[in-house]
Design a protein around this ligand. Structure first.
Ligand SMILES: Cc1cc2nc3c(=O)[nH]c(=O)nc-3n(C[C@H](O)[C@H](O)[C@H](O)COP(=O)(O)O)c2cc1C
Length: 201
């Protein structure tokens, strides 16, 4: 065993240890709309479900407070977002939306995805996704300091939309969902196998 005491290592090494060991991570593909009405879509794997009543999820834009993350700006401005579940077939489109795009770029157009308007919140969702959640922000918790801090966004799920073919009541068919998990760097897992997708610029 090698031991790393946080006080003795750089933030980047702590990030590498966390993102290499807390795996596979679910991917929250977060849809938002800017105050100017521009649609935005980006993947976040510092993402999870944290409560069931009320159903609550979190995701965490990193590199705070310095890095420009349009998703964070938008949720601070509008207080709402969608979560879109990524299956294996949507992996390349999800990866495409992780590129560094200017705030006025609509990642739905970049990745050739169809916008489906959320009903309870003013945010876009991914029509091609097997499931989407409509969420309202309940809290944003700032953790740590630049350049590797995070802003953790907690959102209450107001509605779940799930493809009929995946449902037996509220039981979700895991094989049919065909989700992927994030590992360190460009690695993902699918059906227990690791594979790579290189990040766009
Ligand atoms: C699978 C995957 C997971 C990611 N997870 C995170 C994350 O948890 N936090 C983060 O800040 N960036 C994460 N990123 C990088 C963002 O998606 C990227 O910075 C994106 O450009 C942010 O877009 P935005 O500015 O529209 O919010 C991830 C990228 C990929 C491909």
């Amino acid at each position: 065993m090698q031991r790393f005491v946080t006080a003795d290592i750089d933030a980047i090494d702590a990030y590498k240890l966390l993102s290499g060991l807390v795996v596979p991570r679910p991917i929250g593909w977060i849809g938002t709309r800017s105050a100017d009405g521009v649609n935005n879509l980006a993947p976040y794997s510092f993402f999870n479900a944290v409560a069931a009543s009320p159903p609550t999820v979190m995701f965490a834009p990193t590199g705070q407070p310095s890095a420009r993350k349009d998703t964070l700006t938008n949720v601070r401005d509008t207080g709402v977002f969608t979560v879109n579940i990524v299956n294996f077939d949507l992996g390349p489109a999800m990866n495409e939306t992780s590129g560094t795009h200017a705030a006025d770029v609509d990642e739905f157009e970049v990745a050739g995805l169809t916008v489906r308007e959320a009903e309870l919140v003013d945010a876009p969702s991914v029509a091609e996704a097997p499931a989407t959640f409509e969420c309202r922000v309940v809290q944003i918790l700032d953790i740590g300091e630049a350049p590797m801090g995070s802003s953790v966004v907690f959102g209450e799920v107001l509605a779940f939309d799930v493809a009929d073919r995946l449902l037996d009541g509220t039981r979700v068919d895991q094989v049919g969902l065909d989700s992927i998990g994030r590992h360190v760097g460009n690695y993902y897992s699918h059906n227990g196998e690791l594979y790579e997708m290189a990040r766009p610029d």
